[in-house]
Design a protein around this ligand. Structure first.
Ligand SMILES: [Zn+2]
Length: 861
């Protein structure tokens, strides 16, 4: 699953979710089904109509009951069971249903059920929900569709099931629906029967798979063929839109072939369909044979520019990597979900680098996406105890970013070939089965002398990451990285250090596996400089003496692009950790801001943008002047239009420069250009690149004489637009400072024309220019019930982090006043509130430390 759009909402019956969360904290709780009853096959019959909220179903699960018992456990949520029975050769046993905990129910018998083989049949009915999880309704362009999203624990919302990843069994799905609809699922259609305006579609039996990757869709769908695949494949989209998926259709086969070559194994399923879902909470979902995507990832221009094509191709690579890693080989339980996501993310970066080097993925520093969150003293390790969906969601983003970074570090240490050999052996050994993380380390360790399981344990079962400190005489120590004033438990890592250093006029390399707190490395004693993470593939920060830093900056052409970028990000982190002075940090920024690589310059601008937490009413104008002085020369050079000669790095840099200027600049020439472009976009949305349109719209909104009229215009354009990418651009342009209009932006999140998956978007847009958030919490207090009815249950618990994080005591007080009463009703919210409070307090401490030097610097300009 791709988490990218996690926060953009969907709806859910709030009462029901609160009920289940309360259940989860009961002291006699069960959260896994017993292993003594094994399912071996499940048939599912559903009768659904996208135009009707109710549906009916019947399911039969073949069971191997290994010990005498009086009850059979299963999962269900928001379903009514009409009948339950257990059938064997000996006869039929009637069952009554009783609730346990964590959505587990017992089907109980008044007599003992002997060990043996049984057919467990349940008839049930339910309501198709309007959220974007479980089996849900999506209204798009006046038509109703049914889609599914079952990861992590929502298959149980559509039908009773043994909804745990370790129960990997074949499924036989039958769907009865009105004849006018197209019905697709994980496998090809076996037979279709027509009767009285309805059709009954039987799908082929699936390969063994976990319930969370079951998928189906019902609606007026169009499709186009994907050519050159090793199996049949199509891209489905809402009526009339499949024709716009041709770019992805053209590139899917090469991505799949690249993966087949890496794994040394053909694609494991009978068909490969992709489907564009107009109301989808995540980025995409790896359902075996029917991968679901947010529609804007598949519906594209015929020839999207280098930047527009990057994310769609990368997400396709990520989901297809899951066909092996996640689907063919599945984690035994959710505590190893990180491994699924880490591997798919790592693999996708690899595919992108192999197939599309022009998109620049080889220079992405994915660890930077993890370091911030992983510095919080309350953060949990990525391998952690998981009982509920809320546990899965806690720190979810780290599963991807930290997981991928750790895998990249291991690959760099043991070598690409040894890594690939290990992965191939692992796939062959565990195909169609479940694994735990140790199975992968054992497979990889077969090709190296390093004690990989011990090394991995230090990164996976411990939170945080090391800070490596290097002295002039070659002493190297490790400690846990922490922000200014934070208290953390000390830890030790097995740390694969990759040293690059200059000594006696020569740049040299040395790899050291550091397992102790401190080590003396004579080779770097007296070095001019040490760069302690060659190629920037390590999951750690590092620091060197000030004179080495100056020497390194003078020698910066000895570093590759990854290393130069990493130097900038690392510098900011060291400053926040009270390990580097602001003037030293600024020295790094100015050395990099004139780099000849657009990616390095972009990193420098990104870091400048991160001074935002130090900007307040008093220094705002001085900061805006500073931004203008460094960004306007780039703007003059890059302009406001994508040029056909631009490489992707240049397009990305332009976007960063423009966004910086849009938020701060009052330069008349800049505002005039942006306004003209925004007006051109509103007249003809196809005439302006969508990324730049959002910046132009925002600049126009922020500088408008009559912002109320501008908002009305944007709102009307948003509602009239059906293309998800263009809607996105318009939403991004809704940046206003007027309080009355900000309230109207907040209100958009409840507008029926906004899909539930995009609801939260408008809360964030409204907050964009709010320094004090009184207005937002006032709106929240008035509208929380309505808003929470549009948000998936699992995200409700995460709300304190989603909207509460800030760097101000005032906002922190507002957040606590708002969330504390809610925590009693939503216990899962407590953890998120704690994490939010910790990160906010940290930010405030770092701010107190850096504010005086920052103000002084701005005054000196
Ligand atoms: Zn994924």
């Amino acid at each position: 699953m791709k988490i990218r759009n996690l926060l953009t909402g969907a709806s859910m019956l709030l009462a029901a979710s609160w009920g289940s969360l309360v259940q989860a904290s009961a002291s006699d709780e069960v959260y896994r089904l017993p292993q003594t009853i094994q399912p071996t096959l499940q048939t599912i019959d559903l009768t659904v109509d996208p135009d009707s909220p109710d549906y009916q179903g019947e399911t039969t699960i073949s069971l191997d009951i290994q010990q005498p018992t009086d009850k059979v456990g299963f999962y269900k949520k928001e379903l009514t069971i009409l009948s339950a029975e257990l059938v064997s050769e000996a006869g039929t046993i009637p069952l009554s249903i009783e609730e346990a905990s964590n959505e587990i129910f017992w089907a109980k018998s008044s007599q003992t059920i002997a060990a043996g083989k049984y057919q467990f049949t349940l008839r049930f009915e339910g309501k198709i929900n309007t959220s974007s999880d479980g089996m849900y309704l999506s209204n798009h362009n006046g038509r109703n569709y049914i889609f599914t999203q079952f990861e992590d624990m929502d298959a149980r919302r559509a039908f009773p099931s043994f909804d745990e990843p370790s129960f990997k069994i074949p499924y036989e799905l039958t769907i009865t629906a009105p004849q006018k609809h197209t019905v697709v699922a994980n496998t090809p259609v076996e037979t279709t029967e027509q009767h009285d305006g309805w059709q009954t579609v039987h799908f082929m039996r699936t390969k063994p798979m976990p319930s969370y990757i079951i998928a189906y869709a019902v609606g007026e769908l169009d499709s186009i063929e994907i050519n050159n695949l090793s199996v049949p494949g199509r891209i489905y989209a809402p009526k009339g839109e499949a024709v716009k998926t041709s770019f992805i259709a053209k590139h899917t086969a090469e991505i799949l072939q690249n993966l087949e070559a890496y794994f040394g194994m053909p694609y494991p399923y009978r068909k490969l369909d992709l489907i564009a879902v107009p109301n989808f909470t995540f980025g995409a979902m790896e359902n075996a044979g029917l991968v679901t995507f947010r529609s804007e990832l598949l519906i594209l221009d015929e020839q999207p520019n280098l930047n527009e094509r990057a994310a769609p191709l990368m997400v396709v690579a990520h989901e297809l990597a899951h066909m092996w890693y996640g689907d063919l080989v599945t984690m035994a339980w959710w505590d190893d979900l990180w491994l699924n996501e880490a591997f798919a993310s790592w693999m996708a970066s690899r595919v992108m680098t192999n197939l599309y080097p022009e998109l620049g993925y080889q220079n992405n520093l994915n660890q930077e996406g993890a370091f911030g969150q992983d510095a919080n003293p309350l953060v949990r390790p990525i391998k952690k105890t998981v009982k509920t969906s809320a546990d899965v969601m806690d720190g979810m983003g780290l599963n991807y970013s930290k997981g991928e970074a750790v895998l990249l570090m291991i690959e760099a240490m043991i070598g690409e070939q040894a890594f690939q050999k290990g992965v191939q052996a692992y796939m062959r050994k565990h195909a169609w089965q479940n694994t735990v993380a140790d199975d992968l380390w054992n497979a990889l360790a077969a090709n190296t002398d390093i004690d990989l399981p011990a090394l991995m344990k230090t990164f996976l079962t411990q939170p945080g990451y090391p800070l490596v400190n290097i002295t002039a005489d070659g002493n190297v120590t490790q400690s846990r990285f922490k922000l200014a004033g934070a208290e953390v438990t000390e830890q030790l890592w097995h740390l694969p250090l990759r040293l690059k250093f200059k000594k006696a006029g020569k740049v040299q390399r040395l790899d050291v596996l550091m397992t102790e707190k401190s080590v003396q490395i004579d080779a770097i004693k007296g070095a001019d400089w040490v760069y302690a993470d060659a190629d920037a593939v390590g999951y750690y920060r590092w620091n060197i003496p000030a004179n080495q830093l100056s020497a390194l900056l003078a020698d910066v052409d000895q570093l590759n692009e990854r290393e130069r970028k990493s130097l900038i990000y690392g510098s900011k982190a060291l400053m926040d950790a009270e390990q580097r002075q602001l003037d030293q940090h600024l020295q790094v920024i100015s050395a990099m801001a004139t780099d000849n690589s657009p990616e390095v310059v972009r990193a420098a601008f990104n870091i400048i943008a991160r001074f935002e937490y130090l900007v307040n009413k008093a220094n705002k104008q001085a900061f805006a002047n500073y931004i203008e002085s460094i960004a306007m020369p780039s703007f003059d050079q890059l302009g406001f239009q994508v040029r056909s000669s631009d490489d992707r790095d240049t397009i990305k840099l332009r976007g960063t420069v423009l966004r910086l200027l849009a938020m701060y600049s009052k330069n008349p020439a800049f505002i005039a250009t942006a306004t003209t472009l925004a007006e051109k976009f509103l007249t003809d949305p196809t005439s302006v690149n969508v990324d730049l349109a959002s910046v132009a719209l925002a600049t126009r909104a922020l500088n408008a004489e009559k912002p109320a009229e501008i908002f009305k215009e944007y709102q009307a354009a948003y509602i009239a637009q059906t293309d998800a990418r263009l809607r996105d651009a318009i939403a991004s342009g809704m940046v206003f400072e007027d309080e009355k209009i900000i309230n109207q932006v907040f209100d958009m999140s409840l507008n029926p024309a906004v899909s539930p998956a995009n609801a939260m978007r408008f809360v964030w847009m409204g907050m964009a220019k709010l320094e004090d958030r009184d207005l937002m919490y006032k709106w929240m207090n008035a509208n929380f019930d309505a808003l929470s009815a549009r948000i998936p249950a699992a995200y409700l618990g995460q709300l304190p982090q989603f909207i509460g994080s800030s760097c101000s005591e005032h906002n922190q007080q507002l957040a606590n006043a708002f969330f504390k009463p809610l925590v009693e009703k939503v216990p899962a919210m407590q953890r998120s509130l704690d994490v939010m409070n910790e990160s906010t307090s940290q930010c405030i401490k770092v701010k107190q430390q850096n504010q005086p030097a920052f103000n002084k610097y701005l005054q000196s300009l």
